[in-house]
Design a protein around this ligand. Structure first.
Ligand SMILES: Cc1cc2nc3c(=O)[nH]c(=O)nc-3n(C[C@H](O)[C@H](O)[C@H](O)COP(=O)(O)OP(=O)(O)OC[C@H]3O[C@@H](n4cnc5c(N)ncnc54)[C@H](O)[C@@H]3O)c2cc1C
Length: 291
């Protein structure tokens, strides 16, 4: 299928993009931001989305950067996932985000798809939202009222919905550097390499004197948004991360999930089973990496 017709603008600066979005909104025009187009263009082609206007951020060079800033890694929203994958800074300082990026789609999709676009799209099967919850990623957005920062816990609202206003442009994704000695892992199950996950888990695990001091665990692909598995996190605090304890935590994580999604590819029970298996693998891997 072909998309319904739409008007197209490609403002050269962020200020012009924000001004244009605000004006269109005031005029009652249904306008949508276009980033890499890797999710939006198929949605237009299938006519799941039919905006009257597309505002393409592709010409705004100031949104394309990766830099270290006061203990964090700042990524401009229009930076491609391929650039994030190729960044030695991200690989060294934030290996969980790096590993998650390599799991997104195929290289062609990572070439075109932006880092910001994946977060703004908020697909529940995407790796990034779960990683955002585990790492406490912070988002920056600019709208007609100015700039604001949004912590990951307040960013993802429900299925493909974030707390961004329709006139706001996501401008930056801020990753905290992974503290030295923290273990991490991400595991997912997809039908084919490059497909969105049927279920997945991301984790970080910090030890102190041989016991778990801080564990972060989040699941994706199972509910309307990625979810923190806080029962399992709390259970692990103060415990030695031996195989039996980690298996118990993984079973707890799966049991604590709200009713998982069900579709032709995976029933709710199967997704719950996947989360138990993937959580156990993730915890074992993260514990082995923790010093
Ligand atoms: C075959 C295939 C496999 C895929 N596999 C995966 C996968 O395994 N994991 C995964 O996570 N994704 C996967 N994707 C999706 C892909 O990662 C997209 O790149 C990503 O979801 C959107 O990024 P984009 O830059 O292309 O955004 P677009 O498609 O241009 O936009 C997506 C949405 O975000 C909004 N948006 C984009 N940027 C901004 C911004 N700066 N501010 C405000 N709103 C914004 C748009 O308005 C739109 O609603 C896959 C896609 C395909 C086609």
């Amino acid at each position: 299928m072909k998309p319904a017709s739409f008007d197209y603008h490609a403002p050269p600066t962020l200020a012009e993009a924000v001004e244009l979005m605000a004006r269109l909104h005031e005029e009652g025009v249904d306008a949508k931001i276009l980033a890499g187009g890797q999710s939006l263009m198929p949605m237009l082609a299938m006519r799941v989305a039919r905006p009257e206007v597309l505002v393409d951020l592709g010409k705004i060079k100031s949104l394309d950067y990766i830099r270290e800033e006061s203990g964090a890694i700042a990524i401009g929203a229009m930076t491609s996932k391929r650039a994030a994958e190729a960044s030695a800074l991200i690989e060294r300082q934030q290996p969980l985000f790096h590993a998650a990026t390599k799991l997104v789609g195929h290289r062609q999709i990572r070439n075109r798809g932006s880092v910001g676009g994946s977060f703004a799209h908020a697909d529940p099967a995407s790796e990034y939202p779960a990683v955002a919850l585990v790492l406490d990623i912070v988002f920056k957005a600019v709208g007609p009222e100015g700039e604001r920062t949004i912590p990951a816990g307040d960013f993802f609202v429900t299925y493909m919905t974030t707390s961004l206003e329709s006139t706001e442009v996501l401008t930056e994704v801020r990753l905290p550097v992974l503290p030295a000695g923290t273990g991490w892992a991400i595991q997912e199950f997809a039908r084919r390499n490059g497909d969105l996950a049927l279920a997945g888990v991301a984790t970080t695990l910090k030890l102190a004197a041989g016991v778990c001091a801080d564990v972060r665990l989040a699941a994706f692909g199972v509910n309307a948004t990625a979810v923190r598995l806080t029962g399992a996190e709390e259970f692990l605090r103060g415990k030695r991360p031996d195989r039996a304890v980690l298996a118990q935590a993984a079973a707890m994580a799966a049991n604590d999930l709200d009713e998982p999604m069900s579709c032709v590819h995976a029933s709710a029970d199967y997704r719950r089973h996947l989360i138990r298996v993937l959580a156990e693998r993730c915890l074992l891997e993260a514990a082995a990496r923790a010093i």
